[in-house]
Design a protein. Structure first.
Length: 144
């Protein structure tokens, strides 16, 4: 199991299956965040199935369904609060991992420079260059 870490407390991944949660729990993850709406794709495990498996392994599980091309400021705030209040480390997943990475970058935009966020995402295998204008705007909102 190799999934990219965006920070010391947050790892992101593409879609996982219920059985994958055993290895994720064994690796020490305490919280799982699912950013996919149920039914987004045929064959995708339902959130309730994943939540039950996570609970059986002693992990917290949160379902925060987000539409990738329509991430709102509320989505960003909700993700930031989930991560901030969750037992660490956190394992977040979606279809490819990109949506989770975008949520992370936008939630960090006032704390880290846009360039640092894009570079960190690239190191993890995610290209967020198209997100740079929104990251810059959020940075400027915080720093003038």
């Amino acid at each position: 199991m190799h999934y990219p870490k965006l920070s010391s407390t947050l790892t992101v991944a593409p879609q996982i299956r219920p059985d994958d949660l055993e290895a994720i729990a064994a690796a020490g993850y305490k919280t799982v965040i699912n950013n996919r709406p149920d039914g987004e794709e045929m064959g995708q495990p339902r959130a309730a199935t994943m939540a039950a498996k996570a609970a059986s392994l002693g992990m917290q599980y949160f379902h925060q369904p987000v539409v990738g091309g329509a991430i709102s400021d509320q989505d960003i705030e909700d993700f930031e609060q989930l991560v901030a209040n969750a037992e660490k480390p956190v394992f977040a997943y979606c279809r490819t991992g990109t949506r989770c990475t975008v949520l992370w970058a936008l939630s960090e935009a006032g704390k880290q420079s846009p360039e640092m966020l894009v570079n960190r995402a690239a190191e993890a295998g995610y290209d967020l260059n198209g997100l740079l204008p929104r990251l810059i705007s959020r940075w400027q909102d915080q720093h003038g």
